[in-house]
Design a protein around this ligand. Structure first.
Ligand SMILES: O=C(O)CCC(=O)C(=O)O
Length: 305
């Protein structure tokens, strides 16, 4: 993939200066269509959930989600930034329905994550075209160099995180909108101040955010990040337990291109994983998702339980 190599090199330079970068045309339209069908599959399965909250517990035993977050093109980007041995510790679809999709107020991911050290990369995959009207991501260039701002609880406007950085910390006049086509991806630093507006348009805006860490980063035991998955290389440091890759089953996953061969790939990955099978809490996935939403509402995502 020579073009991707070139794009990663350019992205590295931008990321080092601004704390974010865009890579165009990373994922093919067939895979994006499957991801879109996956969102519909989740919507049918969890009709009572707002689609901004399709968090990773809902997908942890879902072979398609693992196929997606381990896509070779995403792995190429993640390993270029984090090294050869990489895990995925969080991911969710933020799908903003037309006319009603909620804002994500200015925030820093690191303020919500319990990671030691805070070495991580978010890859955000555009499942739909993203524009200012339907609530695309916005970044404040260079803001990743500042420290972590305190969280301010917010219920003055509907918003997905129920919190933000203090108003004076976000210089909105410097904000850049990330206008993406479906299949483009953006990457960002855990400390960068970013957010997205409400969806005031007639077009859905759906993105999948995926948090990757090198296997040297330890995930705090707060009960939230219960689904780390080794996605590239080896668990050479053994600071986290990893879940085994799920087998394909029509009950736990949508059918997808390659689902017939999936189990061979998953078995091979599990065979080489030290500690495979040491999955964390086995609470009901809907309840876990509710716990995640409650903790966002209480502002307690970083506190141990
Ligand atoms: O999808 C959005 O609008 C917000 C995503 C976000 O804040 C993130 O990926 O860190």
């Amino acid at each position: 993939m020579p073009d991707l190599d070139k794009a990663i090199k350019a992205a590295r330079k931008e990321y080092d200066v601004n704390g974010f970068a865009i890579l165009r045309n990373v994922l093919d339209s067939e895979l994006i269509q499957e991801a879109s069908a996956h969102v519909q599959w989740l919507q049918n399965r969890y009709p009572d959930l707002r689609p901004e909250h399709f968090h990773h517990p809902l997908m942890r035993d879902d072979a398609f989600w693992v196929r997606l977050v381990t896509d070779s093109r995403l792995m190429k980007i993640a390993t270029a930034f984090l090294g050869d041995d990489v895990a995925c510790f969080t991911s969710h679809y933020i799908c903003k329905p037309p006319g009603d999709g909620q804002a994500v107020l200015w925030h820093q991911d690191a303020a919500y994550w319990s990671l030691q050290p805070m070495n991580a990369l978010t890859i955000w995959v555009a499942i739909d075209d993203a524009t200012p009207e339907n609530g695309c991501l916005q970044m404040i260039p260079g803001s990743f160099r500042r420290g972590i701002e305190p969280l301010v609880m917010r219920d003055d406007v509907p918003n997905m995180l129920h919190s933000s950085v203090p108003q004076e910390a976000a210089d909105e006049s410097a904000a850049v909108s990330l206008v993406l086509n479906a299949g483009d991806v953006s990457i960002h630093h855990p400390n960068i101040i970013h957010g997205s507006g409400p969806n005031t348009s007639a077009q859905r805006r759906c993105g999948l955010d995926i948090g990757y860490i090198p296997v040297t980063t330890q995930i705090g035991r707060t009960g939230l990040y219960l689904n780390p998955l080794l996605v590239a290389g080896e668990d050479i440091h053994q600071v986290n337990p990893y879940r085994p890759w799920p087998m394909y089953s029509s009950e736990s996953s949508m059918e997808f291109r390659g689902s017939a061969e999936w189990n061979t790939r998953a078995e091979a990955m599990n065979a080489q994983q030290v500690g495979a099978g040491s999955a964390r809490a086995q609470k009901d996935v809907r309840q876990l998702t509710q716990d995640m939403m409650d903790r966002l509402m209480e502002g307690t995502t970083k506190q141990a339980r």
